[in-house]
Design a binder for this molecule. Structure first.
Ligand SMILES: Cc1ncc(C[n+]2csc(CCOP(=O)(O)OP(=O)(O)O)c2C)c(N)n1
Ligand code: SF4
Length: 284
């Protein structure tokens, strides 16, 4: 059967980039939801990862660097019949947009966030990102990265996120399943995706990950145990877990807004615009 989300188009990505596996997995996951392209909105910012919505068949909004989550939250509030998915990079989301990530986890809108985590700034040709491993040498950090890296899973669990998982671009079937679960989950869902950048990250390569990743589903791990999830989130080195790390039900942002209880704002009848000139005059 033809997948309605697939389109044939040239991309600006380097041959061998992990983004190709991510788009393939996303097309599969969206296809499985049974939703149609006009019922899906992809939101992105700036970067190689952020170009993904241009290569898939559905609505998309491409905004400012790091500002994807507020735009996605607003879109979902305006029309919460839409399936809203954010595709972003580790620089875009954990660096420039870090503040928005924190507050979006607190709000818990029913949107899904896929972070292409290549541990580097790809578009701007290889500066360290918040998730670069300490010691990694780049063209800018010539003596090695000196800052501690940000741990997105531990951050998300500390903030009591509703759903958080880690995927790997070298395991498309597993990634598509995680993406499907994240989209189906009601509440804010983050999937951090290990995405080798073959041009600028010479440390975290496909081979490096293949030696280390293992699937959590193949162990007796319980993703509903928050304390265990916090410990699991800190496993990084010889063994790197992929799979659902933590999930729970939480009150969803749209359900908690009186104005949204009558349905999506986009479908609500609004009163004729009142004359607000007296109010405006009072500010002059
Ligand atoms: C406000 C602002 N700051 C910096 C930049 C320059 N810039 C563009 S993309 C980018 C990094 C993107 O990295 P990441 O989000 O990890 O995406 P990737 O290209 O690796 O997929 C930066 C710093 C910008 N466009 N706007
Ligand atoms: S620079 Fe890296 S992230 Fe960007 S397209 Fe090339 S391989 Fe992919």
């Amino acid at each position: 059967m033809v997948n309605p989300f697939e389109i044939t188009t040239e991309t600006a990505w380097c041959p061998g980039c992990g983004n190709f596996a991510i788009i393939q997995a996303l097309q599969q996951a969206l296809g499985r939801t049974g939703r149609l392209p006009h019922q899906v909105l992809l939101v992105s910012g700036i970067g190689q990862a952020a170009k993904l919505p241009q290569y898939i068949n559905c609505n998309y909004f491409n905004g400012l660097h790091g500002r994807t989550l507020p735009a996605a939250t607003a879109a979902k509030a305006s029309n919460h019949e839409l399936t809203v998915v954010v595709t972003t990079g580790d620089g875009d989301c954990y660096g420039e947009g870090g503040n928005h990530l924190i507050h979006t986890i607190r709000r818990n809108p029913d949107i899904t966030l896929f972070v292409h985590n290549n541990q580097i700034y790809g578009l701007t040709k290889g500066q360290a990102s918040p998730t670069s491993d300490p010691g990694m040498r780049t063209k800018l950090q010539t003596r090695g990265v000196t800052n501690e890296s940000l741990n997105p899973l531990a951050l998300a669990i500390a903030l009591d996120i509703s759903f958080v998982a880690r995927g790997f671009a070298g395991d498309v079937a597993h990634l598509a399943e995680l993406m499907y679960q994240a989209i189906a989950h009601r509440g804010f869902a983050l999937v951090d995706i290990l995405q080798p950048c073959v041009s600028f990250n010479k440390l975290n390569t496909f081979a490096w990950y293949r030696e280390r990743v293992y699937r959590l589903e193949e162990t007796d791990y319980d993703p509903t145990d928050r304390a265990a999830a916090f410990r699991k989130a800190q496993e990084w080195g010889d063994r790197i877990p992929i799979g659902v790390v933590f999930r729970q039900e939480r009150l969803v942002f749209e359900d908690n807004q009186p104005a949204l209880r009558r349905g999506p704002l986009a479908h609500q009848k609004t009163a004729a615009m009142a004359d607000v000139s007296a109010v405006l005059d009072s500010f002059c």
